[in-house]
Design a protein around this ligand. Structure first.
Ligand SMILES: *[C@@H]1O[C@H](CO)[C@@H](O)[C@H](O)[C@H]1NC(C)=O
Ligand SMILES: *[C@@H]1O[C@H](CO)[C@@H](O)[C@H](O)[C@H]1NC(C)=O
Ligand SMILES: *[C@@H]1O[C@H](CO)[C@@H](O)[C@H](O)[C@H]1NC(C)=O
Ligand SMILES: *[C@@H]1O[C@H](CO)[C@@H](O)[C@H](O)[C@H]1NC(C)=O
Ligand SMILES: *[C@@H]1O[C@H](CO)[C@@H](O)[C@H](O)[C@H]1NC(C)=O
Ligand SMILES: *[C@@H]1O[C@H](CO)[C@@H](O)[C@H](O)[C@H]1NC(C)=O
Ligand SMILES: *[C@@H]1O[C@H](CO)[C@@H](O)[C@H](O)[C@H]1NC(C)=O
Ligand SMILES: *[C@@H]1O[C@H](CO)[C@@H](O)[C@H](O)[C@H]1NC(C)=O
Ligand SMILES: *[C@@H]1O[C@H](CO)[C@@H](O)[C@H](O)[C@H]1NC(C)=O
Ligand SMILES: *[C@@H]1O[C@H](CO)[C@@H](O)[C@H](O)[C@H]1NC(C)=O
Ligand SMILES: *[C@@H]1O[C@H](CO)[C@@H](O)[C@H](O)[C@H]1NC(C)=O
Length: 539
């Protein structure tokens, strides 16, 4: 292995491809040697000196070559990367990593593109972002897995979000299956003792194999300083995994409340304490950033590396481990999925999953709007989205917003709830406009300071009924905006005001026009579109 690494650094192409991994039962194997595999990883998201937004360490060729050599010196075999730019080419860095025997665990969401725990939604816009990332990375031989969500639900008040994360898991796995991509997909929790048991079961339960995780991760900071396996309550953390049917990974570890760090947990993770129950982990984190977890100091585009105190400690600890396990051929597990957690005050999630986002269906919905936001509306602008959220809060008191709402505890999801936040808002605005007999005063968003568009002859919503909402395998659209529309659709839609050929004549009382009143909307239904901006903000 050492020899291969040296050769690859010299740039010779004598090295064979990295060995594929096989996830089987609760363990991972090198499919070529048949040996059990443990991630000896580091979280990798350098930020210093970044010149790009989003961050993307895998396009920084100087930084990547610099760090691949350091990874080998450190003795790791994998990195976890959180944020990349799917529109860039990652060939050079991914090949350098692969040649060095380094696997990559990649998060599909980024801080800006993630299911928001306080106002969750799984919609066409986010799915498009995930598809773009899958397409950008699924061709590399060293992608060990995708992470579908990182600490989304993080306390008892945010459990609803998990329903949407699980729907995203189902749709991402369905998409990859259609593309013949077999990369495992997993979920990562924040080690919150009040919800962890429910989460661990939830992502592993149900009869649809496309809606269960292929691995499960925890970001844990419970082991600090010279604590022990027992004193840091690791046995309690591991207990739910005794008979878990998929691999368990410490996707972040390395508490830094006591410094310098001693990394005593490394011997435990890769030793008799944990080698049977986990598939290794990722130390947090490679580069030194403001939160002071770094092993090295590095900067984008600069080949210099400064190894910090923790670097050598971690390296020494890792060099001492030698986990013992089984082999691919000797391992025949008979493990079962978990039972789904029941709904309670601490777990507001039914087994029924939210619908799949379907871009054709939502585009069709856009042709049914009589009143809609102008293309200059920016859902990522907080003043604009606040104005819209306030308007929607009012509108859904006077029109029946069931079609854009959800209730995860009962498993009830409106038929348009997987369209973009802008489409859902346009739908509610259009309901109100029709109800107000298309009076200009019914097509406004107070305090938005923008004129809304109107269309006197929108299509009827029934015209969209023939579009299958179960097809989620269409190719992504690199130009889709946060409103869920591509440039193409935008120009069509924005000209529809003057298009008399698009609809069935003036019909303001079409089937989309409900006469619901303030009291008609079930009060426990939450309007998915209410807090638009936050759906795009940091988690
Ligand atoms: C992410 O959101 C922040 C805050 O709105 C913004 O400043 C930043 O430019 C966004 N990044 C990307 C890649 O869109
Ligand atoms: C959950 O919400 C309740 C009611 O708002 C609040 O009292 C409680 O502190 C919240 N719990 C957490 C963990 O945030
Ligand atoms: C996936 O594999 C099947 C069977 O090998 C093949 O028929 C199909 O065309 C492949 N699909 C794609 C998108 O490559
Ligand atoms: C951890 O234990 C080692 C060995 O006993 C000792 O040298 C070190 O100072 C301790 N570190 C901390 C942070 O307690
Ligand atoms: C795991 O399975 C074994 C064998 O079936 C059983 O004895 C044990 O109680 C199970 N442990 C847990 C935590 O479910
Ligand atoms: C619209 O104008 C008002 C008054 O100047 C201002 O308070 C509000 O923030 C503006 N709205 C937006 C979305 O900028
Ligand atoms: C489509 O949108 C993308 C991203 O907003 C932009 O870069 C591109 O120039 C647009 N294309 C056209 C034809 O307007
Ligand atoms: C839509 O309107 C814009 C500006 O009004 C115009 O440039 C564009 O050609 C129109 N598109 C179509 C398809 O008519
Ligand atoms: C609608 O817009 C198109 C493209 O700008 C234009 O050619 C057409 O004349 C307009 N139709 C009406 C009825 O204004
Ligand atoms: C308007 O909608 C109603 C109810 O769907 C329908 O009966 C009527 O034919 C429609 N009128 C036009 C002009 O499309
Ligand atoms: C609200 O709309 C939903 C779905 O369209 C419908 O099932 C429900 O009966 C409506 N409620 C009222 C009070 O009209």
């Amino acid at each position: 292995m050492k020899l291969c690494s040296v050769i690859s650094i010299l740039g010779l192409s004598l090295v064979s491809a990295i060995d594929p991994l096989t996830f089987k039962g609760s363990k991972i194997f090198n499919s070529k040697t048949g040996d059990q595999f443990w991630f000896k990883g580091a979280a990798y998201q350098p930020q210093q000196g970044a010149t790009t937004n989003p961050l993307d360490p895998l396009v920084d060729t100087v930084g990547c070559k610099r760090d691949v050599a350091v990874f080998q010196d450190l003795g790791i075999n994998s990195i976890r990367v959180y944020e990349v730019d799917s529109s860039q080419n990652h060939d050079v860095c991914m090949k350098a990593l692969s040649d060095a025997g380094i696997y990559v665990l990649l998060d599909l969401p980024t801080p800006n593109y993630s299911i928001n725990r306080d106002s969750p939604s799984w919609d066409v816009y986010l799915f498009n972002k995930y598809k773009l990332k899958i397409d950008a990375f699924s061709g590399y031989d060293n992608v060990a897995g995708f992470i579908i969500g990182n600490e989304i639900t993080n306390d008892v008040n945010t459990t609803s979000a998990s329903a949407f994360v699980k729907a995203s898991l189902r749709d991402v796995k369905t998409y990859m299956k259609a593309k013949n991509v077999s990369i495992p997909v997993g979920y990562v929790d924040n080690d919150d003792e009040n919800i962890r048991d429910s989460l661990i079961s939830y992502f592993n339960c149900g009869s649809d194999p496309l809606a269960t995780v292929d691995f499960y991760g925890v970001n844990t900071y419970r082991w600090c300083g010279n604590a022990t396996f027992t004193s840091s309550l690791f046995p309690e953390m591991l207990a739910p995994f005794a008979n878990y049917s998929v691999p368990y990974i410490l996707t972040e570890y390395g508490c830094n409340t006591i410094t310098p760090r001693v990394f005593a947990e490394v011997a435990s993770i890769y030793g008799s304490d944990m080698q049977d129950l986990t598939s290794g982990g990722f130390v947090y984190e490679y580069s030194q950033e403001a939160n002071n977890y770094g092993l090295v100091d590095v900067s984008y585009g600069n080949s210099a590396v400064t190894k910090l105190t923790d670097y050598n400690t971690f390296k020494t600890q890792l060099s001492k481990v030698s986990p013992k396990g089984t082999t691919l051929s000797n391992y025949s597990p008979s493990l079962k999925n978990s039972a789904c957690p029941s709904v309670s005050s601490d777990w507001q999630v039914n087994d029924v999953l939210p619908p799949s986002p379907n871009v054709d269906f939502c585009n069709c919905l856009s042709t049914t709007f009589g009143c809609y936001l102008p293309s200059t509306f920016d859902p990522t602008n907080s003043a604009q989205s606040l104005a819209l959220a306030n308007q929607l809060s009012y509108l859904c008191g006077v029109v029946n917003c069931t079609s854009i709402s959800y209730n995860t505890a009962t498993g009830t999801y409106g038929q348009y709830s997987a369209c973009s936040s802008v489409q859902k808002a346009d739908w509610a605005l259009s309901q109100n406009y029709a109800k107000g007999n298309n009076a200009a005063s019914s097509c406004v968003v107070n305090n938005l300071n923008m004129s809304l568009n109107t269309n006197s002859s929108p299509k009827q919503s029934s015209s969209c009924n023939s579009i299958s909402t179960t097809t989620v395998t269409s190719d992504p659209d690199p130009n889709m905006g946060p409103d869920g529309l591509s440039n193409n659709t935008k120009s069509t839609t924005s000209n529809s005001t003057n298009s008399s050929s698009s609809g069935s004549g003036s019909n303001s009382s079409s089937s989309t026009s409900k006469t619901g009143s303030a009291t008609s909307v079930s009060s426990n239904l939450k309007v998915a579109a209410l807090v638009l901006a936050s759906a795009l903000f940091f988690i």
